[in-house]
Write a protein that binds this ligand. Sequence first.
Ligand code: NAP
Length: 489
Amino acid sequence: MAATQENASRTVTLIPGDGIGPECIESARRIIDAAGVGLTWEVRHAGESVFKQGIPSGVPQDTIDSIRRTRCVLKGPLGTPVGYGEKSANVTLRKLFETFGNIRPVRELPGVKTPYSGRGIDLVVVRENVEDLYAGIEHMQTPGVAQCLKLISRKGCEKIVRLAFELARSEGRKSVACATKSNIMKLTEGLLKRTFEEIAKEYPDIQSWHVIVDNCAHQLVKKPEQFDVIVTTNMNGDILSDLTSALIGGLGFAPSANLGNEVAIFEAVHGSAPKYAGKNVINPTAVIGSAIMMLRYLGELEAARRIENALFVTLEEGKVKTGDVVGYDSGLATTTTAFTDAIISNLGREPKTIAPRSYKQLNIPRVSADPVSVRPQQRRVIGADIFLESGLLPDKLGPALETLAEGSSLKLKMISNRGTQVYPDKGTLIDCVDHYRCRFVLRDAAASLQDADLLALLGRLASEHRWVHVEKLVEFDGQPGYTKAQGED
Ligand code: NAP
């Protein structure tokens, strides 16, 4: 991945992070400085220490200001302590600067024995980084029922899909697989699949295919060498990329880049591993790998190659090995500092058993800044799903709602509980909770629902029931913008 950004600066914001973060970051910084790259480091903070100062976001203003200036961050992992801040400072940082693409490469490494050694694993997970369930929009719908909104946009899908294909091109990769759960979540996960299939046509030089994400996990364990680039939604990518890191030796070896149009943040896939903090035993390779990705991004291709080669030589020769590779209690494990020293002493050497990949400049896609990405010719509201908190069972709730809707333009079509139709009763066996989706549709199937009619119905329902939220049922250009409940005809 090489992406010389016009706005890239030689000053980099350095966030040491929490737990093992400072040790990993110090290792990477020493190696970069020893390679003579000449970066200026602007040290700033985020995460646990900031939460403890009473800053609930975990990201202070002077860190935000620094990143706005430098546009480039090398960071250690940040812990998310229970009881201080509510949100992960990591996710906040990624989202504050719209780093929409999380690039997580894994490659079989010399000297790192795994059950997959010799299979030639060399793949990249391209994970959408700011949308999906990680939009973090959560509400208690009733005192006992929680909801998290899975927000996926056409624009977000286009950005991540284009980034995956551009990355494939820049690294000379042959195929991009799109991993989704579109068979179940047809509108959200399906949007990524549909966007992928559309945009893939613009990249005829790259083979493209879709895989259901659960099978992708299965295939990754069974035959990981079949994958080249995998593009996927945020949560799928989070899980799959921890899996892929295990294939090449574990989290200690998995680097990542968070790329946006304005800012890039480089960090390991792993977290702050608090049990190892301050012990000088952890493997800094993941952060070093992230720093190598950063150097390529900054256009420092030669320095990136030198450091990567020195890392490969160190692993290949195996004179020093960290505890995650040989066992912390084996008596064979080296310290983080000694491992770093070995890499520095190997600068200028070439590995014998692994060839460095050649990288071309990565074109980070810039799609229109217009918030509207799809403009339908027609839209028609055909009804509404009204969500109620109710302790009634469906056989009581259904008739009560039908009575309330009498004389209005809407009629009750069905009620579902956690997505499955419970009224009208189909003789199924469902253990209901106090959260019902009540689907009302227009009695006149050719009409379009007016807000006044919906509000009037809500007013009637509110007189006897507690409504919690409402979703309009909209058709865009004749296509339903909603899905059916399980069991709904
Ligand atoms: P973790 O910190 O990634 O650690 C999980 C395990 O991975 C460790 O116990 C260790 O395995 C291994 N490991 C991780 N990094 C290693 C390294 N550099 N060298 C050797 N082994 C390493 O995951 P966690 O314990 O679930 O999370 C701890 C905290 O980190 C949480 O507060 C979480 O929110 C945060 N987190 C931050 C980020 C980020 O900043 N990007 C990412 C993930 C999690 P063994 O126990 O098998 O030795």
